[in-house]
Design a protein around this ligand. Structure first.
Ligand code: CTP
Ligand code: CA
Length: 220
């Protein structure tokens, strides 16, 4: 199904939250799922902006890429890229970031066996996009869950006021991080779908089929 003329905004990859000039807090997101969604949307004729966390992946053909590092930078870049018809929040955004970034490399303190880092909550990009005056017609979130997948995914769907949540099971045999195959459990107020297991590009195509059908059913 074509996405010609649609503006699709995708966020992908991890974020890195700096602790000092040489250390950061990150996560294991490879960015591959979000990049696959961006590539597939561009191939369907959409105008795609991809806000990418720190990953070494090639930019898909026809995609406008904005590189960011931290959750705060990703938040700003995503909101700056609005308006869009669709937002797909596939990034694994840090939930917490160090309260301060040390200007110099932190040194071990003699005799100190422990170190406490004070972290503060980051802004929720997905919820802010969904509540934005220029809200895209379709807001799609991802969710990484180790257990009670449907319960937590549906909770995010309602709490963040998004249209679709694509949930991944993590920390299990089918853990998607750093892999090329994936299974997505997609939830909406009016249904549920299982996409895959299949290569991430095929899963991305199936997700875009769902998205394109919803855009056509509800033309603005
Ligand atoms: N997300 C976001 N901004 C954040 C945190 C999460 O935009 N600061 C988005 C992710 O891109 C994803 C969705 O929210 O689309 C769900 O992410 P997830 O980590 O599963 O959910 P959280 O709401 O952060 O809840 P928790 O980690 O406590 O399960
Ligand atoms: Ca989170």
């Amino acid at each position: 199904m074509s996405l010609a003329g649609r503006r699709v905004l995708v966020s992908a990859g991890p974020t890195y939250e700096d602790i000092d000039p040489v250390r950061f807090l990150g996560n294991r997101s490879s960015g591959k799922m979000g990049f696959a969604v961006a590539a597939a949307a561009a191939a369907r004729g959409a105008q795609v902006v991809l806000v990418a966390g720190p990953v070494h992946l090639p930019t898909p053909p026809g995609v406008a890429r904005v590189d960011v590092r931290s959750a705060a930078q990703m938040h700003a870049a995503v909101l700056d890229a609005l308006p869009a018809d669709v937002y797909v929040g596939a990034a694994a955004v840090a939930d917490y970031t160090p309260r301060t970034v040390a200007a110099r490399k932190l040194k071990k303190r003699p005799g100190a066996d422990t170190l406490a880092l004070e972290l503060v909550r980051t802004a929720d990009i997905l919820a802010d996009v969904a509540a934005h005056p220029r809200r895209p017609r379709l807001v799609v979130g991802f969710a990484a869950e180790t257990d009670e997948l449907e319960h937590y995914a549906r909770d995010k769907l309602v709490r963040k006021r998004v249209d679709l949540i694509a949930a991944n099971r993590v920390g299990s045999a089918d853990c998607p991080f750093e892999r090329d195959d994936n299974t997505l459990h997609v939830f909406a107020a009016d249904g549920a779908w299982t996409l895959g297991p299949a290569p991430k590009r095929e899963v991305a195509e199936a997700l875009l089929d769902l998205i394109a059908r919803r855009l056509e059913a509800d033309p603005a």
